[in-house]
Design a protein around this ligand. Structure first.
Ligand code: FAD
Length: 317
């Protein structure tokens, strides 16, 4: 009875969240007195999972599962759960897994808790701490079903090194065309840029920047810091930036180590999606902007003066 963990990858490379969920699964396995087994899809990097306490990898090399497919991946994981006799499944809280995990949980009759931010508080009954009320509070949630699916928030538990001897097994799954109600056949992606979900640092800007022609300095700051770029909802609604960059309650959640908000007022719906970030820096001309109340560091100033100066200073390092 091992703990099973789904390790996300893209184009054959593990995402950063894979190492965090692997670390989390290792902790859960320790608490339950068992070992952690990872399931990976179409990657040649499996050995690295041994650095995070994983003792076995079930590797699925299947062309029909080359791109993420919620139904197909849920079925594959359910088959792995059955083979391993696992009762606890650990996943990330990414948008993809939030789509897939409920399907997996339903097929296992499992209780599913996403947005978990700490190691289990107890294993009997199984109790986890998760964010609640749009990140304004925490809930301590018990799961009473035999099977459990736990979704771990990005950057909440952290990556913990724990070198372990690892075995890798090929795992074949039974999928056919009826498995897929929808299927992504191709994904267009900006290569070489950090994604909001995986980035350690996110540089985000709002309507205070006046227009899309002023995003050059936001991108330059992001480049200097190796950060992802993001924006507030009105900015993407106005077509200044792509919708994929919109963060907040109705956009992508951000749980980065550093979130820099430029010309963003800090409306409750924006804060709901970014409050899990560890350190928040706000640049705003209005000292009364609500974002300052949620900020760790604040600069009252004009973005058009502050950001270029910040870029120059950072380039000196
Ligand atoms: P504004 O509110 O216009 O703020 C601009 C800020 O820039 C101001 O604080 C101003 O002082 C500052 N500024 C102006 N000039 C400068 C300058 N030169 N230098 C520095 N600062 C400057 N919003 C989201 O972001 N994400 C969501 O997910 C989201 N979901 C929503 C869901 C619902 C149901 C609703 C009703 C709203 C939602 N909103 C969301 C919208 C939200 O309420 C705010 O309207 C929005 O976040 C404001 O965006 P903003 O801060 O970019 O713009």
């Amino acid at each position: 009875m091992s703990v099973l963990v789904y390790t996300e990858s893209e184009n054959g490379k593990f995402k950063k969240s894979a190492f965090e969920v692997a670390s989390y699964a290792t902790e859960v396995a320790k608490q339950l007195g068992t070992t952690a087994t990872a399931v990976s899809f179409n990657t040649s990097e499996n050995e690295v999972l041994g650095d995070y306490g994983i003792s076995k990898v079930l590797h699925i090399a299947d062309d029909s599962l080359k791109t993420f497919n919620a139904k197909g991946y849920a079925q594959a994981l359910a088959q792995a759960v059955k083979q391993e006799g696992a009762t606890t499944v650990i996943v990330s809280s990414s948008a993809d897994t939030k789509f897939m995990a409920p399907l997996l949980a339903a097929s296992l009759n499992a209780g599913y808790v996403p947005n978990v931010v700490a190691a289990p508080e107890a294993t009997s009954p199984f109790t986890v701490k998760r964010t609640a009320f749009s990140n304004k509070g925490f809930a301590h949630t018990q799961i009473h079903t035999d099977h459990k699916v736990i979704g771990v928030s990005n950057n909440a538990f952290g990556i913990v090194e724990n070198k372990t001897t690892l075995t890798i097994e090929d795992f074949s799954v039974a999928t056919d065309d009826t498995t897929f109600t929808t299927k992504s056949v191709d994904i267009d992606k900006v290569i070489g840029k950090a994604t909001i979900a995986d980035a350690d640092i996110v540089v985000s800007a709002g309507r205070g920047l006046k227009g899309p022609e002023n995003w050059g300095m936001v991108e330059e700051l992001a480049d200097v810091l190796g950060a992802a770029t993001a924006c507030s909802k009105p900015v993407s609604d106005l077509g200044w930036r792509p919708h994929g960059e919109h963060v907040g309650q109705t956009g992508k959640p951000v749980a980065s180590n550093l979130y820099i908000a430029i010309g963003i007022s800090g409306a409750i719906q924006h804060l709901a999606g970014v409050s899990s970030s560890k350190t928040k820096v706000v640049i705003n001309t209005d000292p009364e902007a609500p974002f300052f109340k949620a900020a760790d560091y604040g600069i009252v100033g004009d973005a058009f003066d502050v950001v270029p100066e910040l870029i120059e200073k950072l380039k000196e390092f």
